[in-house]
Design a protein around this ligand. Structure first.
Ligand code: COI
Length: 351
């Protein structure tokens, strides 16, 4: 068991926070978990008051972008018990991202123990009620001082947490990318690397000028195949079948995406993992078989897409009254908030 040094807060900031009108990711809880890597090993981890981190201006992360992160949530049930959802998936994925960015792996057991201890200290920040949760943002950055363009030798692994409410930005209209790419063959699209997100902001802002809230990403080589939407994995319901494209070196192996694949058959929903062409989507829109499209991820669970644009033309999605997206979202929330059975053993209580 890892020994974590704890520095207590002087006074909680919780009374200054209005939990009824939270902006996603703006408020942060009292504590953070911090662990430094130097001389080839992770040092003793600490939990201490949430506060600024001091780095040299030459710190590697500012210049070469060695930065990866994760997104998770902690949920509280009616009895006040706290749960995580498939946390080991995130521990493992962080390290897959680290490997690709030439960063050191963070021991999964330390991650688990550190997170659970952190949540124990900040549990008042997790509010009851479906939709309320504590968004968990683990991240690792390169901290070595010096601008030599090579992998750093010093790193910081940090976990901060932010109370959030139900994430719903409304249904989104998306623009299918026909020029910009989110990721490339041989690149690091599958990693939750900061740069994968930075690269989206400009194309997304351009799409916003045309009235679209997100970009639906296509493969970089041909722009013929649909891959992700915004910061989320992607599902389509075509002729009543729920389709998602296979994960690849360009696509994030999303925890929500894979959970939906396992869960959907229990809800009587047929699934298929295969590539979907832009032209197939257009055809399905035109012949009325495109019934749903949605993004999925930790923050929103599912984010319905109302329509899409491609090369200057808008296309409709013919949504029936009963949406797979709603059914799936409710089932996932039931598991996360300990409201329903958990046939897969995805819920993990934080004791
Ligand atoms: C998620 O939904 O899991 C995300 O990664 C969204 C985050 C970038 C805010």
């Amino acid at each position: 068991m890892v020994d974590i040094k704890i520095t207590p807060i002087e006074e909680s900031r919780i009374s200054q926070v209005d939990f009824t009108s939270l902006v996603f990711g703006k408020e942060f809880s009292d504590y953070m978990f911090v662990c430094a890597y130097r001389e080839g090993r992770w040092q003793q981890p600490e939990i201490k008051p949430y506060a600024p981190i001091s780095l040299m201006p030459s710190a590697s992360v500012f210049h070469y972008g060695q930065a990866v992160f994760e997104g998770m949530k902690a949920y509280k049930d009616e009895a006040g018990r706290v749960f995580l959802f498939r946390p080991w998936e995130n521990y493992r994925r962080l390290n897959r991202s680290c490997e690709r960015l030439a960063m050191p792996a963070f021991p999964e057991e330390w991650f688990d123990a550190g997170l659970k201890q952190l949540l124990g200290l900040d549990k008042e920040w997790i509010k009851q009620g479906v939709g309320n949760s504590l968004y968990i943002r683990p991240f690792m950055i390169a901290t070595s001082a010096g601008v030599k363009a090579s992998a750093a030798t010093e790193y910081l692994f940090v976990i901060i947490t932010s109370p959030v409410q139900s994430y719903y930005d409304g249904d989104v209209k998306v623009k299918i990318a026909d020029y910009y790419s989110r990721a490339a063959n041989g690149g690091f699209g599958y990693a939750k690397a900061a740069g994968n997100y930075a690269g989206q902001f400009f194309p997304t802002a351009e799409a916003a000028k045309e009235g679209y809230q997100q970009v639906m990403w296509t493969d970089d080589a041909t722009h013929e195949f649909l891959e992700e939407s915004g910061t989320m994995n992607l599902y389509f319901r075509i002729a009543d079948k729920l389709i998602t494209c296979p994960v690849s070196e360009r696509i994030l192996d999303g925890v929500t995406r894979k959970s939906i694949l396992e869960l959907a058959p229990r809800l009587g929903i047929e699934t298929e993992v295969r590539k979907v062409r832009v032209q197939e989507l257009i055809k399905a829109s035109e012949n009325g078989t495109l019934q749903e499209a949605f993004g999925c991820g930790t923050a929103a669970v599912v984010s319905p897409i109302s329509g899409f644009g491609y090369k200057g033309k808008d296309y409709a999605i013919h949504r029936p009254k009963e949406l797979y997206a709603n059914k799936i979202k409710e089932t996932i929330l039931d598991i996360q908030y300990n409201r329903g059975e958990d046939p897969f053993g995805w819920r993990e209580e934080v004791k």
